[in-house]
Design a protein. Structure first.
Ligand SMILES: C[S@@+](CC[C@H](N)C(=O)[O-])C[C@H]1O[C@@H](n2cnc3c(N)ncnc32)[C@H](O)[C@@H]1O
Length: 214
């Protein structure tokens, strides 16, 4: 299982305009593209992936939107369709008095709170924070093994208090290259690296045993 946790200033309320998402939502558009990069592939959904948007902007903040690729249905890759889905979920007040995530649509859940709501989901996951200048993920052994969670910032990056929280959560910093890229592209790079490693491992395990040498 791979999890991506995007921490940012996007709105936690449904009061944004579908015709001007960047200008009216504190850059929820970044989060929408991160949903696509985390979960959607050509003609399909990654069933082994989950994405969390930590929404710290607007009147109902903080709130967390979580989408589980194993349970989500009818997710479409275009930003507007994803925005319509997120708007409906944010309009729900099902999480107002709940102590954790409440599923509002298949695979799509919402919770009041901040990073502390994500922690119970992480249990045995190895934790990483994507950070410019950190050791490259290509030099990070074991990235593809078992469960992993990757934290990243939105268009403004990860602020100092959040970075301190991630240190307490024992996140190890990794980089995805020498250029600061958009959050959704950082997710695509991590996903690609994991895909390559998993494919290589499968190929190795499918190789027939070599006959003993004479
Ligand atoms: C658009 S960037 C943030 C830019 C912000 N102005 C800053 O300097 O942090 C969004 C997020 O993607 C991740 N990211 C972008 N480029 C990266 C890189 N080369 N290595 C590791 N993480 C990166 C980081 O988590 C970053 O917070």
């Amino acid at each position: 299982m791979r999890r991506f946790v995007v921490v940012g200033i996007a709105t936690a309320s449904a009061e944004f305009l579908l015709d001007d998402i960047p200008g009216t939502s504190g850059r929820l558009d970044v989060g929408l593209r991160c949903i696509r990069a985390s979960l959607l592939v050509s003609h399909g959904l990654r069933r082994d992936a989950m994405v969390y948007l930590v929404l710290r902007g607007g009147p109902n903040a903080p709130r967390i939107l979580r989408i589980d690729g194993a349970a989500a249905r009818f997710l479409r890759p275009d930003e507007r369709s994803l925005a319509v889905l997120v708007k409906k979920v944010l309009a729900s007040d099902a999480d107002r008095t709940a102590a954790g995530f409440v599923e509002v649509k298949a695979g799509v859940a919402i919770a009041r709170g901040d990073l502390e709501r994500v922690v119970p989901d992480l249990a045995d996951a190895r934790r990483y924070v994507l950070e410019m200048g950190a050791p490259d993920l290509r030099d990070t052994p074991g990235l593809e093994e078992g469960n992993a969670a990757f934290f990243l910032g939105d268009s403004l990056g990860v602020d100092a208090p959040t970075r301190a929280q991630l240190t307490l959560l024992r996140c190890r910093a990794i980089g995805v290259g020498p250029i600061v890229v958009h959050a959704e592209d950082a997710i695509a790079i991590v996903s690609n690296e994991l895909d390559r490693r998993e494919a290589a491992r499968l190929t190795r395990s499918e190789l027939p045993a070599l006959p003993p040498q004479e």
